[in-house]
Design a protein around this ligand. Sequence first.
Ligand code: PEP
Ligand code: MN
Length: 257
Amino acid sequence: MKTKQKIIIAGPCAAESREQVINCALVLKKQGIKIMRASLWKPRTKPGFEGVGRKGIPWLSEVTNLGITVATEILLPEQLIHLIKVINKKGDLSKILLWIGSRNQNHLIQREIAKIIKEKMPKTVKLLIKNQAWGDEKHWLGIVDHIIGSGISPKRLILCHRGFSSHGQNNPENLRNLPDFEMAMRVKEKTGLPMLVDPSHIGGTVDNVFKVMKESANFDFDGMMVEVHPKPIEAKSDAKQQLTFKELRNLLKVINY
Ligand code: PEP
Ligand code: MN
């Protein structure tokens, strides 16, 4: 029996070109996906492709006009202010979803981003919070407290488990980041917030994405955020873990979402 409708966010790691973003949106729309991810700003371990930045905001704006909600990571408050200005002109600001990534652990910035969402964006706009890179439950709960401290309604928050750095821990499946599904469930319970799983950044490879999703099905996740790219091998970031559209269709079948 299917219970509550799961939240599915699918799309490329990064927005790379207008063509890539719009093509993805059209294909995903056909597949019935209502929320597409495409990051404009990419925090990287080593300097490299750091996203197209502001140049890509009009592409996301076009996606909102296709009736699809588009999700992107925000690193700095000024990025969000600019995004709001541009989308307000031609797009649909109510169809934006923002997220704070695992590396953005300056709590002042986290709060500032949440405050801008609260004050300048429609109430339908939600903020997704990924866990930090290291496996510390207190820190994870702390991020949520800091963000709620901005005054944003908890109803606008969603959490996402993307695994933790492995630091030489036992990792037989060679996962990119080790999941702690039990911790994710405790954080879900303690905060009362929906919890998604990010099999892409946990898995690191297409095969692992499938394995992680199957394993996560034993836990009460409210959905997933997964990376999909029209041509994964040509992706400018996270090429090994991005699914093709066909693989996404298969994944959705396997997990019965
Ligand atoms: C991402 O979602 O592309 C990303 C950079 O994730 P994380 O912050 O989990 O590493
Ligand atoms: Mn990625």
